[in-house]
Design a protein around this ligand. Structure first.
Ligand code: SF4
Length: 182
């Protein structure tokens, strides 16, 4: 690897820029993503930054069960993120469609449409779980910048109580996300 590639890998590993898309979520996961960037959890202190344009981002963060009318926009935005790039599915919805599983308006789960690198389970996942997921995606990104391709999507461990049984659908679990990722 030449010096330029080494520098790119280092930068991507230490300051990943995110673009956030809502694929029909209830906004619970979106609020937790924002909380992870605000002073209490302060992912920005680690170099993580939320970007307004997918063209400037390295990591695409997607929430929600992926409604039929969001699919086209998600694919377009995925293509607009310059490579190397990584995708994080935040919450149980993009992994399993979760409580919305029987809805006729859904086209999820997300990995039917674009490749997902990191699943962060939970309904919603805690901000510290999201930060761990971003750190893992940054690692994958640095590997990609160095021309290595990580093989399998990664399911992050459940941090905290997860859904706490609130939805009673039985799908908001780490095990279910693992099943979808395979
Ligand atoms: S995983 Fe839970 S909190 Fe997140 S969008 Fe789905 S229902 Fe809402």
């Amino acid at each position: 690897m030449n010096l330029w590639n080494k520098l790119m890998c280092y930068s991507r590993r230490h300051s990943p820029w995110l673009f956030h898309m809502n694929g029909g979520s209830c906004n619970g996961c979106d609020i937790e993503l924002i909380a992870s960037l605000t002073p209490r959890y302060d992912a920005e202190q680690l170099g993580v930054r939320l970007e307004g344009s997918p063209r400037h981002a390295d990591i695409l963060c997607i929430t929600g069960p992926i409604t039929s009318n969001a699919v086209g926009a998600i694919k377009t935005v995925y293509d607009q993120v310059c490579g190397p790039k990584a995708v994080i599915a935040i919450g149980s919805c993009p992994a399993t469609t979760n409580v919305f599983i029987d809805s006729r308006t859904l086209a999820g789960p997300l990995n039917k449409h674009i490749p997902v690198d990191v699943f962060v389970p939970g309904c919603p996942p805690r901000p510290d779980a999201i930060i761990l997921g971003v750190a893992k995606a940054a690692e994958i990104l640095a590997e990609r910048a160095g021309k290595k391709q990580p093989a399998e999507p990664i399911v992050m461990p459940l941090v905290g109580p997860g859904c706490g049984g609130a939805c009673a659908c039985g799908s908001s679990t780490e095990a279910k996300c693992e099943e979808v990722a395979q």
